[in-house]
Write a protein that binds this ligand. Structure first.
Ligand code: ARG
Length: 584
């Protein structure tokens, strides 16, 4: 289906035409159309234009009004203040536009005009380590951005740059060689069990590494074997990766974030490129040797002592670091995957790293001018005390514990309100509401800001929460079920009540909101749009009886507004990765 122009864009076009008819010099002028409280829209463009052309703005505005006769779209135009136009549009135009949206699967939302290829780096936990709240953010934000971009028609390649390489593996592998049954298990293990054996192994090997000099030496030699690609060592390393994946998938599953195995290309995936990356940087002079290490310097990056603080690509002992991997990944993503946009959903505390990596890649020619690299640097999750989230013992909070607690709380809320749900349904809805609550709290704050993890607030039925949105959706579904024979049908001949108009006008803005959200990678603006939609629906519901409306046409028309609201909520929440249960 074709995309549906919004009322705002139709009106924009109409006024632009009127402007150029009134004043040929104004042909390319922007009418500066805004939503307004006084009428539906206000156009402010006449002020700037009169100033530029040296005329009287009220006179110019009056001339434009002459060119805007009332009709199907415009109900009323008046000049106000120093030369604004206040414009009211017809109820008929609102309903006709919404009916066109409703006839389309995409609700009339257009595809992006020039879609490209985005490689997005998100949901990147570390092997043999617990996932914590930081991984909540990089998974949830990344998943939403993937969905939003794909909906716009963008080709999206997902990359989970998991931490699966590094010197700690020497210690882990050596320990496993010396205690060969530590990771054995019969049959399938749960994610929790996998993580708990990894944890046990990690702690035991760490303790040995710190207390036993000979073990330490063996562990260090094991790193060398690993890097040299020794087969036995690699096979053991793979066991750690596989065991960790069992755990990761169990957490992603609970989080309702779909991760595909082929998209997991961890740090180790770039091993073959590291030496070449360093050689190319050194040959081109982008990187230089400094005390044996291969470094890239920046004029504006200095340490606390005022000395330049370089990006270290290769350490003096020959080891490759995080930067070498990220630079190689850029070469792969641009050179092989043909990305024209690189996105990184990574903690804002890594911003300096990415700034230096991007700049280095630019200098080396791996990030040509047409390719955009953006870090969506997210803020920190804070505890109720406003400090980075920790347990009472001062340890990092396990993500899985948070999710379980959210599900428990949400299940209690669902149970309290549930009328005819079975236990199984309560559990399913509880999970959808609890996980939705956690995701929504994360996504409704702008990415770069810190936020407090407050479960009481997150599962509250009132206020800016996913539960509120989910209840609005479920309530509409219940009305539609009760409607019996009556169908949702738009009746453009009917006059709309104020609450219906307000809801209708907002519904019409869905595509414009999404276009903005897509271009700026700001899911919180979509959350804001949906919250406002649910609020407008609540007012409509309070003021306009649906099934008991005056005439059958009114019933159908209100059912139509209900249905389109539900579909918009469902689509919008879906783009945030949040479920909308049919019944709550
Ligand atoms: N594994 C890292 C962490 O847990 C995130 C990796 C970010 N991505 C990257 N390309 N460096 O913080």
């Amino acid at each position: 289906m074709a995309s549906v122009p919004s009322l705002a864009s139709s009106l924009h076009q109409r006024i632009a035409d009127a402007l150029s008819a009134a004043l040929p010099e104004a042909a390319a002028a922007d009418p500066l159309l805004r939503r307004s409280d006084r009428a539906d829209f206000q156009a402010n463009g006449m002020l700037a234009l009169a100033k530029k052309l040296g005329g009287n703005p009220r006179e110019l505005a009056a001339k434009v009004v002459e060119q805007l006769p009332a009709g199907e779209l415009i109900k009323d135009v008046e000049v106000s203040g120093p030369g604004f136009l206040n414009i009211t549009i017809t109820d008929e135009a609102i309903l006709k536009t919404l009916a066109e949206r409703a006839a389309d699967d995409r609700l009339g939302v257009p595809f992006a005009q020039a879609p490209g290829t985005t490689v997005i780096d998100y949901a990147q936990p570390n092997v043999a380590k617990e996932m914590h709240v930081g991984h909540l953010r990089n998974s949830v934000i990344g998943d939403a951005v993937v969905r939003i971009l794909e909906f716009s028609g963008e080709k999206v390649v997902r990359r989970h740059h998991i931490g699966d390489w590094g010197t700690q593996f020497g210690m882990l592998i050596q320990y496993l060689i010396e205690h060969p049954h530590e990771l054995d298990h019969e049959g399938e293990v749960s994610g929790e069990e996998a993580m708990s054996s990894l944890n046990r192994l990690y702690k035991a090997s760490r303790a040995l590494f710190d207390s036993d000099e000979e073990f330490k030496a063996r562990a260090r030699r094991r790193v060398v074997d690993l890097q040299a690609g020794d087969e036995e060592t690699l096979a053991l390393w793979q066991r750690f990766v596989d065991e960790s994946k069992i755990y990761f998938y169990s957490v992603f599953d609970k989080l309702d974030v779909e991760i595909r195995d082929e998209d997991i290309v961890g740090e180790s995936g770039y091993n073959d490129m590291l030496a070449e990356t360093c050689r190319l940087l050194e040959e081109s002079g982008v990187a230089v040797r400094s005390d044996g290490a291969l470094c890239v310097f920046f004029d504006d990056v200095k340490g606390p002592d005022g000395k330049p603080s370089p990006l270290i690509v290769q350490k003096s002992d020959g080891g490759f670091g995080y930067a070498a991997t990220d630079l190689s990944a850029i070469r792969d993503r641009v050179g092989n995957l043909k990305a024209d946009t690189l996105l990184y959903v990574v903690d804002a505390r890594q911003s300096l790293h990415f700034k230096m990596v991007f700049e280095t890649a630019r200098r080396a020619g791996w990030l040509p001018e047409g390719v955009k690299a953006v870090q969506l640097g997210f803020g920190t999750v804070l505890g109720k005390d406003g400090k980075p989230f920790k347990t009472r013992e001062g340890e990092t909070v396990r993500l899985i514990d948070l999710l379980d607690e959210a599900i428990d709380r949400a299940t209690a809320v669902v149970r309290e309100k549930a009328q005819d749900l079975t236990e199984e349904e309560i559990a399913e809805r509880g999970a959808q509401v609890g996980i939705g609550a956690v995701k929504y709290a994360d996504l409704s704050t702008s990415v770069s800001r810190d936020y407090k993890f407050d479960l009481d607030q997150m599962v509250s039925l009132n206020g800016d929460t996913s539960v509120y949105l989910q209840y609005a959706y479920a309530r509409i579904q219940s009305i539609l079920r009760k409607a019996g024979e009556a169908r949702p049908v738009a009746h453009p001949e009917l006059a709309l009540a104020a609450a219906e108009r307000a809801l209708g006008m907002h519904l019409d803005q869905f595509g414009e909101n999404l276009a903005e959200v897509t271009a700026s990678y700001e899911p919180h603006k979509l959350a804001g749009y949906l919250y406002q939609l649910a609020s407008l629906y609540t007012t409509f519901y309070a003021e306009c009886p649906v099934l008991k409306a005056d005439t059958p046409q009114h019933v159908e028309n209100r059912l139509f507004l209900c249905d389109l609201t539900a579909r918009t909520l469902h689509q919008g929440m879906g783009l945030l990765g949040i479920r909308t249960p049919e019944q709550l």
